[in-house]
Design a protein around this ligand. Structure first.
Ligand code: ADP
Ligand code: MG
Length: 142
């Protein structure tokens, strides 16, 4: 499945639509170039889960933890990592095995450790400045 969005808010709205499809322990792998909208996606989903604090990319801290209304959200960014091994050294599997929802930017850096149940979302720049294509595995979010 894929859709095209034309603004950051539209991308956030699409991310929010995933809320009812995610359960505690789910993992969402986000792929896409710098500026493709991965963090924007996390912002939309976090807001839908009741997170009220601002969501920004944890590029220098590996993980940001947010408390939603009913669930904890782990926001991970693997941009600076070079291997799955390095990610494991930093404790990635603790989040993957946890009861929160884990969203991982630059998930391709740790492909080998992603659980089989991982939902894969790819964001790509479109033909115009504010256009992005979002594609994902599985059906349409409710
Ligand atoms: P990433 O985390 O993938 O590096 P960000 O979400 O931090 O990307 O940044 C996306 C940038 O692209 C933001 O500056 C945002 O305003 C801009 N943008 C423009 N159009 C869109 C769109 N349709 N969806 C998401 N972001 C968009
Ligand atoms: Mg980001």
């Amino acid at each position: 499945m894929s859709i095209v969005t034309h603004s950051p808010d539209e991308t956030r709205a699409w991310a929010a639509a995933w809320r009812d499809r995610l359960r505690p322990g789910d993992v969402v792998a986000l792929r896409g170039d710098l500026g493709a909208g991965k963090t924007c996606f996390v912002q939309g989903l976090a807001a839908a889960l009741g997170v009220t604090e601002p969501v920004s990319s944890p590029t220098y801290t590996l993980v940001h933890e947010y408390q939603g209304e009913n669930m904890t959200l782990y926001h991970i960014d693997l941009y600076r990592l070079h291997s799955a091994e390095e990610a494991l050294d930093l404790g990635l599997d603790e989040y993957l095995d946890g009861q929160g929802i884990t969203l991982i930017e630059w998930a391709d850096r740790a492909e080998a450790v992603l659980p089989a149940r991982t939902i894969h979302v790819t964001l790509q720049h479109g033909a115009t400045e504010n256009e992005r294509t979002l594609s994902w595995t599985g059906g349409e979010p409710s």
